[in-house]
Design a protein around this ligand. Structure first.
Ligand SMILES: [Zn+2]
Length: 188
């Protein structure tokens, strides 16, 4: 009796190990990855001189997933220094051109390596900015479709904003608002 009980325990153990071994856990990882944003300190963010590696990874996945749905995109902007942001802010104000941003230096997530912009390419490989165009005939505009893909990856999409809708823009704040990051930068 004791002996067969031990045998049952042993076979149960072997069975559990086999299941753990053979289950492909990449899908489980894919599913659980998005709701959990990695913990990132403000110090780590302001030390960046480019995109945060995790944002970079999402950018690459976004490009691949959009491509697999027949939407070719290019990345047009990533990290911007505060000086570059000021120059952009001057555009359409003290400098010629159209106003393209309401953020001054240090006021954009681009200045912290937490934002990037994309553009959709047409069949000739040219950038187009028509946010209503549905090039892959999916029933949803290409910009909106890319927006949804990015959101599935856990990114915040500018196309969802009230007021100025920034369709080409994605960001990941890691819970930090701009004033937190500015304060961290001032305390350096
Ligand atoms: Zn942007």
């Amino acid at each position: 009796m004791k002996w067969s009980f031990g045998l049952t325990i042993m076979w149960t153990g072997i069975f559990i190990l086999a299941v753990l071994f053979f289950v492909d856990n990449t899908d489980i990882m894919e599913m659980t990855e998005n709701p959990f944003q990695p913990e990132v300190s403000a110090e780590e963010i302001i030390a960046l001189n480019g995109l945060h590696p995790s944002v970079e990874e999402k950018r690459d996945r976004l490009v691949r997933r959009a491509g697999s749905r027949g939407i070719d995109i290019v990345i047009t902007e990533e990290y911007r220094t505060n000086e570059e942001q000021e120059e952009l802010y001057a555009q359409g104000r003290s400098e010629p051109g159209q106003v393209v941003t309401s953020a001054r230096g240090g006021q954009s997530y681009h200045n912290y390596g937490l934002a990037f912009d994309f553009a959709v390419l047409d069949e000739n490989g040219e950038i187009h900015w028509d946010t209503e165009r549905d090039g892959n005939n999916s029933g949803t505009s290409d910009y909106r479709e890319v927006g949804e893909i990015g959101k599935d990856l856990g990114l915040e999409w500018g196309g969802d904003w009230q007021g100025f809708r920034d369709y080409p823009h994605f960001q990941q704040s890691y819970g930090w608002n701009i004033s937190d990051l500015q304060r961290a930068e001032d305390n350096l």
